[in-house]
Design a protein around this ligand. Structure first.
Ligand code: HEC
Length: 163
């Protein structure tokens, strides 16, 4: 009986240690981001924290995603801006449109994300997303049509190249 109780306590202690490590990992991930300022981002640190807390669960810290969660943004995401309707698509995908972030914070995460994961495909005439632009697009989140729209836009972007 006492051995059982001892086992239980031990288990609790290990679980407690693991639980207390989780926020530490997140904190060091948040601190790891270098302080650079892409267009349309006033607070890089905040944009990175918002990404870590709201987006990376599906998209991963390096934007690579996974088969089970989300397609890779790395080296791709800015290409959507090359195709008509691509800018709207980027904000209307459910993960963006229904995020708990405010319009202002979300616009900054979007600008930060484009720069962080795909700056090589950002065209020189890129207009950063604004808070005012977010509301009307977020009010029309995509549902099942997202996947078809995604491949259609990517095909058009690849065919046309940058503007
Ligand atoms: C629950 C998982 C999940 C979360 C959380 C999530 N996304 Fe996504 N995201 C996806 C999936 C899946 C797609 C592919 C389109 C679709 O089917 O919705 C996607 C697509 C996108 C796209 C369009 C680019 C593309 O390749 O299709 C952008 C931009 C994006 N997400 C940004 C974000 C941002 C910014 C956040 C945080 C505010 C976020 N996502 C949170 C799963 C997620």
């Amino acid at each position: 009986m006492s051995a059982r109780t001892g086992g239980g306590t031990m288990h609790g202690a290990v679980l407690g240690a693991v639980m207390s490590l989780a926020p530490l990992c997140l904190t060091s991930a948040i601190r790891a981001q270098p302080p650079q300022a892409p267009a349309g981002v006033t607070n890089v640190q905040l944009a990175w924290q918002n990404w870590v807390l709201n987006c990376q669960g599906c998209h991963r810290l390096d934007g690579s995603g996974s088969d089970a969660t989300a397609p890779s943004l790395a080296g791709t995401v800015a290409k959507f801006l090359w195709a008509p309707g691509g800018r709207e698509y980027l904000v209307r995908v459910p993960g963006v449109a229904t995020s708990p972030l405010s319009d202002a914070d979300l616009a900054e995460v979007m600008n930060w994300m484009l720069w962080r994961y795909d700056k090589e495909h950002l065209s020189s005439n890129f207009r950063p997303f604004t808070a005012a632009e977010m509301g009307p697009l977020r009010s029309r989140p995509l549902r099942l049509e997202a996947a078809g729209m995604r491949s259609d836009l990517l095909r058009k972007a690849e065919a046309s190249g940058p503007p």
